[in-house]
Design a protein around this ligand. Structure first.
Ligand code: HEC
Length: 291
């Protein structure tokens, strides 16, 4: 028993030492792999984190004002913007928003057998500007702006330490419950547009970005400071825009996070109470038996 305990303690010590090592600048990225991504603080990080409703609202505003010009969000429905655990906009304003959404819904066939376009309703998905991938590529110089519904789960961060520290870093992430790689990548992508180094030739129609694997992508820098006004006093910097839209896209990809984490803690509490009751019951049952 004690040796097991000791072994567990030494594993824990090793894991935390490795986590410390990783956070020191000594382990800088080796560019042979993907670029190193800075980890941000997220309200929804860790075991107990929950989404910040005001941030989700601002993030949706950025998606609407900026990203929706090129990207769809087709797995998110207008009604989701009303539901608890998300941006939680008032239903009336989302109804109005859906009715005015520029990309209408194709419905039909009508009595004449024709498909037709109609304004969106609460029950409709948030459509992007293009009907299909071909149309998108034709408009975007051959590049395809992906649907952003699941992008926060489809992307992550890669770390490039020496091979032997990898298991410890993984353990560190498990202990810290790190799941925000997608949001960290998105923020790094939005804020990663810089002038290319002198020895790099950027191809026509491509832009240099520190976070994108390969460093050249077909999306021009979408955010610029003060482009979208905020009504809650948050500073309108590119950094804030990037973090807000990343938080919003994290919610889009994982809309039940708040509920799931809350339920997790309730289950733990329930199991704890059950354990205590079972223990007391066991003592009582066995107390009458000599042993
Ligand atoms: C002018 C059109 C345009 C706008 C506006 C735009 N994007 Fe893009 N986006 C693109 C294109 C085109 C690509 C594909 C790039 C490529 O494949 O090289 C892309 C790719 C992406 C990717 C995928 C990157 C990857 O890892 O593969 C993400 C994420 C993304 N955009 C997020 C956003 C967000 C968030 C916004 C709003 C802040 C936004 N985009 C605004 C055109 C746009």
């Amino acid at each position: 028993m004690t040796t097991m305990k000791r072994r567990l303690t030494s594993t824990l010590v090793a894991a935390s030492a490795a986590a410390l090592l990783a956070s020191s600048p000594a382990t800088a990225s080796s560019e042979a792999h993907g670029p190193e991504i800075t980890r941000q603080q997220w309200s929804f990080g860790g075991f107990r984190g929950q989404y910040d409703q005001a941030q989700l609202q601002r993030g949706f505003q950025i998606y609407k004002e900026v990203c929706s010009a090129c990207h769809g969000l087709s797995r998110v429905y207008f009604r989701n913007l009303v539901q608890p655990g998300g941006p939680g906009f008032p239903e009336e304003s989302v109804k109005a928003l859906a009715a005015e959404w520029p990309n209408q819904i194709t419905d039909g066939p009508n009595d004449e057998g024709q498909m037709f376009e109609r304004p969106a309703r609460l029950a409709d998905p948030i459509r992007g500007p293009y009907k299909n991938e071909k149309e998108a590529r034709a408009a975007q110089n051959g590049a395809y702006p992906p649907d952003l519904s699941l992008i926060a789960k489809a992307r992550g961060v890669e770390r490039n330490p020496s091979w032997w520290t990898h298991p410890f870093l993984m353990l560190g992430d498990i202990f810290a419950s790190y799941q925000e790689g997608g949001a960290d990548y998105l923020t790094a992508l939005m804020t990663g547009y810089v002038d290319p180094p002198a020895d790099v030739k950027v191809n026509d129609g491509m832009y240099y970005n520190t976070a994108f694997p390969g460093h050249q992508l077909a999306m021009p820098s979408p955010l610029s400071a003060d482009a979208v006004p905020y009504s809650d006093g948050t500073k309108t910097t590119v950094e804030n825009y990037a973090k807000d839209v990343s938080a919003f896209l994290s919610w889009a990809a994982d809309p039940t996070l708040d509920q799931r984490k809350r339920m997790g803690w309730q289950v733990m509490l329930y199991l704890f109470v059950t354990t205590v009751l079972l223990y007391l019951g066991k003592r009582r049952v066995w107390s009458k038996i000599k042993h």
